[in-house]
Design a protein around this ligand. Structure first.
Ligand code: SF4
Ligand code: F3S
Ligand code: FES
Length: 254
């Protein structure tokens, strides 16, 4: 069957008009808005239910307003650069389908919270990466390099398998109410990053990391809100990882 204006071909998905309501900020100001002032702007795009929010944002940028700013790179949930707040929840724009958002209603798109906005959906990630650097996200050994690879049993590898999946997107940290308000908390991602090495049988820097996390910016700030676990696009059990680190600090046993 051939598609007509009235009837799409069998298997063809009909396009629809979708509204995106985007929170915008221009550090230089616009004709209507002062420098750094945030304001809402609506765009309508023709899209398919199976398109992703990232596709809709690209359509806006390429066809309607080239000044719209957002980060993206891989477009396939790997690089972690397009975390944003979509319908009041942190998600990756490249992994969020329009059909899962009720596209009959405006889709609300905002920058992730708790980090300074640079422009539109782009935030300054430096405070986030500074916390990650604090916990020493690298293998620490005392120079006893083996002749071949450092061996590890499958059981030992399993202990930190979940936290190796982190793509540093910041969806967890910027969904945490303690991170929004506290001003000091490292945030859940830094603890996930530390967990990945603390439970690695080959690492010898566990207690240095644990000491860092035992301090005032560390794990004890967590109030078990679970927002981080719900936000993680990799399905990492973030709150569980935090509780495992707390347990080591309480029992003294890894
Ligand atoms: Fe993103 Fe999950 Fe890593 Fe947090 S733990 S930075 S939400 S991938
Ligand atoms: Fe925040 Fe997650 Fe703890 S949302 S309070 S870090 S469980
Ligand atoms: Fe890379 Fe979405 S663009 S994770």
């Amino acid at each position: 069957m051939t598609a007509t204006a009235e009837s799409p071909a069998v298997g063809e998905v009909k396009a629809m008009l979708v509204t995106l309501r985007i929170l915008r900020t221009n550090p230089e100001g616009t004709a209507e808005h002062a420098a750094g002032e945030s304001y809402w702007q609506e765009f309508q795009v023709e899209a398919h239910a199976t398109d992703r929010v990232l596709d809709a944002l690209h359509k806006i940028k390429w066809e309607q307003d080239g000044s719209l700013a957002f980060r993206r790179s891989c477009a396939h949930g790997v690089c972690g650069s397009d975390a944003m707040r979509i319908n009041a929840r942190n998600r990756l724009a490249c992994k969020t389908l329009l059909k899962d958002l009720n596209p009959a209603k405006p889709i609300i798109v905002e920058p992730i919270k708790g980090l300074p906005v640079e422009k539109d959906l782009i935030v300054d990630m430096e405070p986030f990466f500074a916390s990650y650097r604090e916990i020493m996200p690298f293998l620490v050994t005392t120079g006893n390099a083996p002749a071949r690879e450092r061996l590890q049993s499958p059981e030992d590898r399993q202990r930190f398998d979940d936290t190796t999946k982190c793509i540093l997107c910041a969806a967890c940290t910027t969904s945490c109410p303690v991170f929004w308000t506290d001003g000091q908390y490292f945030g859940p991602q830094a603890i996930v990053g530390a967990h990945r090495f603390i439970f690695d049988s080959r690492d010898e820097g566990q207690w240095d990391r644990l000491e860092i996390l035992n301090d005032k910016a560390g794990v004890w700030k967590c109030r078990t809100a679970f927002n981080c676990t719900e936000a993680c696009p990799r399905g990492i059990e973030v709150t569980k990882a935090i509780s495992e680190v707390k347990k080591v600090l309480t029992t003294g046993e890894i």
